[in-house]
Ligand binder design. Structure first.
Ligand code: GLY
Length: 401
């Protein structure tokens, strides 16, 4: 054996043990994070079970857990987290709770006064159907899609997000406001077409995605939060914000909804334009000079006091989950590597709660809406939901390697 051969063998051995060490490190990260989740979410569900009611924890205010009604846009995420805990642990306890908390949301399928029925029913019943195959859940999904379809406005070709005459939104002079978040409701439409055979849901989803692609994005692929359309004549009337720093700014969670939403649209249609848009949003986000080194964005990329602005862990979790899915559609390894880096940050003590703290939520440091003075630097149930979803996706990707 020559010296050269021996050193080649030694280098190969070293590389192999580095790869094994990396794999073990990521397995440990998932296991350790799931162990924290089992305890934290376990405490949360014990509190609920002891109350004798079905409660839906959304966030924390004045040191108290805030529970919401089933009409709240976040009502499906806690039930959805039960299904991801079941995926991650195989423990039947989470399945039993998943059924109970999901079925509590049954009447949400009739909700027509805002667009969020897609978020609510897809995160709860969508996961319940995926795991159990229960026929009754199919009907709930189809009924919810019928409700969402009542908000489709054929002239502009979009699903109207908010009523123009209700609440604080009613004071903005809008005709047909559409927020980028609405991209997340399309998954319900695609699923409803599969379940019912009625292609009208698919067509509405594609129309909404195309009109949003044409109107919601700036030249640098950042997204506006709100585009107001003319319900009668069609076309965009204005480009604004509701939850971002300004009309011209890039609200972090909005960018997260955009990259996630177009990844789903590519999955469902195979239309390369959607994947290409998601890739361009990725470039905007991860080449941005104000993207922090740990990849957990500030609540708005244009917030005036960066680096002294709150981070938004919810945006990071949504982006990570989207990137794991995107990584399966291309040979570019950067998407999974970036998602892994986000998850390593979120699973670190900087964001992941120590067991027994954080009012039994998993992640710290999310933002609801700074312009409304609402939920600043708090835990949020949807940050936890997308974090768990990202862990499920990471685990599956690594198991199939
Ligand atoms: N869909 C509302 C939000 O992202 O805050």
């Amino acid at each position: 054996m020559t010296l050269r051969f021996l050193s080649t063998v030694a280098i190969a051995g070293l590389l192999l043990s580095c790869a094994q060490a990396k794999e073990e490190k990521t397995t440990n990260l998932i296991q350790e994070t799931v162990a924290v989740a089992e305890q934290q979410i376990g405490f949360q569900t014990e509190l609920i079970e002891r109350s004798g009611k079905v409660l839906i924890p959304r966030t924390v205010k004045n040191d108290k857990i805030q529970y919401v009604s089933i009409e709240d846009w976040t009502s499906g995420f806690f039930a959805g987290s039960m299904w991801y805990m079941y995926d991650l642990t195989g423990n039947e306890k989470w399945k039993t709770l998943g059924v109970k908390y999901t079925e509590h949301l049954d009447s949400a399928k009739y909700l027509t006064w805002h667009h969020d029925v897609g978020f609510m029913i897809n995160s709860s019943y969508g996961n319940a159907l995926r795991v159990t195959g229960n026929e009754a859940y199919k009907e709930v999904m189809i009924e919810a899609a019928r409700s969402l379809a009542t908000r489709f406005r054929p002239i502009p070709g979009v699903i109207q997000s908010w009523d123009e005459d209700r609440g604080w939104q009613g004071k903005r002079g809008w005709s047909c406001p559409v927020i980028i978040d609405n991209m997340m409701n399309l998954e319900l439409f695609f699923e409803a077409t599969r379940l019912s055979g009625d292609s009208s849901y698919y067509k509405m989803a594609v129309s909404h995605a195309d009109v949003t692609m044409a109107n919601h994005f700036r030249d640098d692929y950042s997204s506006y939060h709100v585009v107001d359309y003319d319900k009668i004549k069609g076309g965009a009337r204005s480009h604004e914000t509701a939850q971002g720093f300004s009309d011209a700014s890039a609200w972090a969670r909005g960018q997260a909804w955009a990259i996630y939403g177009y990844t789903v649209c590519y999955r469902e249609t195979g239309d390369k334009r959607y994947l290409s848009l998601a890739e361009n949003i990725y470039k905007y986000l991860f080449n941005h000079p104000r993207m922090p080194a740990d990849y957990v964005p500030y609540w708005d990329f244009d917030a005036p006091d960066i680096p002294n602005e709150p981070r938004d862990a919810s945006a990071a979790a949504i982006i990570a989950s989207a990137l794991y899915e995107m990584s399966t559609y291309t040979t570019n390894t950067v998407y999974k590597a970036t998602a892994d880096k986000i998850i390593a940050s979120l699973a670190s003590p900087a964001y992941l709660a120590t067991v027994g703290t954080n009012h039994h939520f998993l992640l710290r440091h999310s933002v609801g809406s700074i312009p409304h003075g609402h939920e600043v630097d708090v835990p949020l149930n949807y940050a936890d939901y997308y974090f768990l979803e990202a862990l499920v996706r990471k685990q599956k990707l690594e198991a199939t390697k």
